[in-house]
Design a protein around this ligand. Structure first.
Ligand code: KG4
Ligand code: ZN
Length: 345
């Protein structure tokens, strides 16, 4: 029987990743070369440094992905690649590598939206059931996405300023935590209490949008004020109070969306989906919706990786949605808005 093997590429930010995925649901290899150490001393990702690392790593990642999966180019059915959103110079490395492999080995090329990839990381737990709602929380994005059917992604709400992960990274910096700070803030949060009662922006309004910059500023002002008067605040309580505010807003908006859009499944995906407080809270909230199953991306696939691109790419493969040699990186690629939501907003 013919095997459906996709060679997938991800290079939108600071991870160079190449994977081999079978039938969109089995990971044969998922090589992730992280650059985090190179960016840490700058407190965030430096685009030019990221591109250079991608160039250095990509061919070694391809070789490793193929050898670990025990396949050759001849066994492949297609090549999938993230073409946006992300850093343009970083995206271009993956796109160029994927186009080269597709051209040299006469394979179809599948362009994949990075955010669709994040959603499809959950496919490795169970099949996606439609219609579904996805809460996508990453370093660059925070959005609620409606999935009417395979291959359709429509935004019903998004952050109006900072993404949730970005807010984690910025307040983490104030606490002296290295970039990316989310995981460590999450750990500290479990040791503290919500004593600071930071604001929950837009929590009660009717839209499905989020805002995290007010929370971030309130946090930073609280810490700076304490510094000025020589007071030391409890770090665990600060982290717990920040996390509680983020989780409250994300959970409340998700519940509001589940009430407005009857779906079969809630998908939690993106780097911040690894957050234990958020996973626990949504699990509790979902007891209100006995007909909705909760599909969480596996923790090790929440961050950027090519296996998720292979899973999303397989859907396009089945729908015959292919790109060609003219494929370019699209740094500000976005899903469309669901029309009814935009009209109501
Ligand atoms: O999806 P991702 O790997 O990259 C983007 O596409 O942006 O997300 C990275 C983000 C970072 O901001 C990081 O701090 C955050 O995910 N993150 C977390 C946790 N683990 C990673 N945020 C909160 N809690 C976590 N456990
Ligand atoms: Zn990402």
């Amino acid at each position: 029987m013919e095997r459906n093997l996709i060679l997938a590429f991800e290079s939108s930010c600071d991870e160079t990743s190449v994977a081999v995925v079978e039938d969109g649901k089995t990971i044969l290899s998922n090589i992730v070369a992280t650059q985090i150490k190179s960016h840490q001393r700058f407190g965030g990702v430096v685009p030019e440094v990221a591109s250079r690392h991608h160039i250095e790593q990509i061919t070694a990642c391809i070789d490793l992905a193929l050898s670990e999966a025990q396949v050759t180019y001849d066994d492949l059915s297609a090549v999938a690649v993230t073409y946006g959103p992300g850093l343009v110079g970083a995206l271009l490395i993956g796109v160029t590598a994927a186009k080269t492999v597709a051209y040299a080995h006469q394979l179809p090329l599948i362009p994949v939206n990075h955010m669709a990839g994040h959603i499809y990381a959950a496919r490795y737990v169970a099949p996606i059931e439609f219609p579904a709602l996805a809460l996508l929380v990453s370093g660059g994005h925070t959005e609620l996405v409606y999935l009417a059917e395979p291959g359709q992604f429509e935004i019903i709400g998004e952050t109006r300023d900072d993404a949730a992960g970005e807010a984690y990274d910025k307040i983490g910096r104030v606490l002296g935590i290295n970039y990316p700070a989310g995981k460590e803030v999450d750990r500290l949060a479990h040791l503290g209490k919500d004593n600071f009662h930071f604001p929950r922006a837009m929590d009660k309004d009717d839209s499905f949008d989020f805002s995290f910059s007010g929370l971030k500023s309130a946090f930073i002002n609280t810490v700076h004020h304490a510094d000025q008067i020589g007071e030391t605040l409890n770090r665990e309580d600060l982290a717990a109070s920040f996390q509680q505010a983020v989780v409250d807003v994300l959970a409340d908006k998700t519940v509001r969306a589940l009430k407005a859009f009857p779906v079969k499944q809630l998908i939690l995906a993106g780097g911040v989906a690894a957050n234990q407080g958020l996973r626990d809270r949504l699990t509790t909230e979902l007891t209100q919706f006995p007909d909705v199953t909760f599909l969480k991306a596996p923790i090790k696939l929440c961050g950027d990786n090519a296996a998720m691109i292979g899973a999303a790419g397989y859907v396009s493969y089945q729908l015959n949605q292919f790109g060609d040699a003219g494929l370019n990186a699209d740094p500000s690629l976005e899903f469309d808005w669901l029309e009814t939501t935009q009209a109501n907003a």
